[in-house]
Design a protein around this ligand. Structure first.
Ligand SMILES: Cc1cc2nc3c(=O)[nH]c(=O)nc-3n(C[C@H](O)[C@H](O)[C@H](O)COP(=O)(O)OP(=O)(O)OC[C@H]3O[C@@H](n4cnc5c(N)ncnc54)[C@H](O)[C@@H]3O)c2cc1C
Length: 317
């Protein structure tokens, strides 16, 4: 980390998804003069989707990019200083905390709100990108509604995959659960729920190698017992393909200072965005292995800004 301190701020927000922008709205209205760095994906994950139908306040739905632009404009209206830049290094050993931006500029911050999100893991097959937004999704809660009475596949064998399959089974006509191994990694309870759901068919020992369809996903190319002498190619007809093989929280640069779980989600004091470092808060998907929704991210962004304000007033800054 460079020794030169370029700038001192009272509240630094890292990330520009719903959590970061909401924190910026609240922090600016509380006179904290927040500085927000947008990171590599200004507007966050929702900029990669089309319709968002479950964010309260938009009865007709709104596109992800429009929603994020609205949030940004609302934060700008109250004076948030929103900048392009990536936090590349941190020193949270003592307040004020030092955050390096783009490997060169160092910001000294009295409070830090980490809102860096989480990235869904993909299988790595080119068709996932080809059909992004056209039948490929990494969020059943977000997109399941579009597949009512249709046929979908969920990839994964853990608790999340089972949960997503069960959720989708309540909407779709048929759900295939595509599992690479000959067993499910999920807890016994989840496994039982899957096996007891009549419209879920588990395809054990299947790998997805491609997707097909004219104007969107119409099916998946699978291989059963891939690499074995009896390997078999199988095509299934589906309308939607849901990835449920995990997320990677963007928490690496904070790990030396704060606690994370085994996956990398930042641990906070239950019910609050407080980390174990005073004045450092975590909001949104980076600290949320359970819900990962825009509204919950916005909610915790609000909490983080309120906590930052209270912390600063307690320490008299
Ligand atoms: C395709 C898709 C569709 C979805 N649809 C819906 C939906 O319909 N409804 C819904 O509620 N949810 C939906 N979600 C989930 C929703 O997008 C997330 O729950 C939400 O965006 C999480 O917000 P966040 O603020 O925590 O982080 P994110 O939106 O993940 O944003 C993280 C931000 O952090 C920044 N960042 C990361 N690292 C750094 C760094 N080192 N320095 C600076 N900045 C950094 C990134 O640039 C980004 O701006 C969808 C997600 C996807 C991928």
């Amino acid at each position: 980390m460079s020794d030169s301190i370029n700038e001192k701020v009272r509240c630094l927000i890292i990330g520009s998804g719903p959590a970061g922008y909401t924190a910026a709205i609240y922090a600016s209205r509380a006179n904290l003069s927040p500085v927000l760095y947008e990171g590599i994906q200004p507007g966050g994950q929702l900029t990669t989707t089309t319709e968002v139908e479950n964010f309260p306040g938009y009865p007709e739905g709104i596109t992800g990019p429009e929603l994020m632009e609205d949030l940004k404009q609302q934060a700008l209206r109250f004076g948030a200083d929103i900048r392009f830049g990536i936090a590349t290094e941190t020193d949270l050993s003592a307040a004020p905390y030092k955050i390096t931006i783009d490997g060169e500029k160092v910001i000294e911050a009295e409070t830090v709100i980490i809102a860096t999100g989480a990235t869904a893991k993909y299988l790595g097959i080119p068709d996932e990108h080809k059909y992004a937004g056209m039948g490929v999704s990494a969020c059943a809660t977000c997109d399941g509604f579009f597949y009512r009475k249709k046929v979908v596949a969920v990839v994964g064998g853990g608790d999340t995959a089972c949960e997503e399959a069960i959720y989708l089974a309540g909407l779709a006509k048929q759900v295939y659960l595509i599992v690479r191994k000959p067993f499910l990694r999920a807890s016994k309870v989840m496994q039982e729920r899957v096996f007891n759901t009549p419209n879920i068919m588990v395809l054990f020992e299947h790998n997805t190698i491609g997707l097909f369809g004219e104007n969107g996903v119409e099916g998946a190319h699978l291989v059963k017992r891939m690499g074995e002498s009896d390997e078999e190619k199988v095509d299934i007809a589906i309308d939607g393909f849901f990835l449920a093989i995990g997320h990677k929280p963007n928490s690496d640069i904070f790990k030396p200072w704060i606690d994370t779980d085994e996956v990398g989600y930042i641990k906070t004091v239950p019910g609050t965005p407080r980390t174990k470092v005073p004045g450092v808060f975590a909001a949104g998907d980076v600290a949320d292995p359970h819900y990962r929704q825009a509204i919950t991210a916005a909610g915790t962004g609000c909490q983080a800004a309120i906590e930052a304000e209270r912390y600063l007033s307690e320490i008299g800054k």
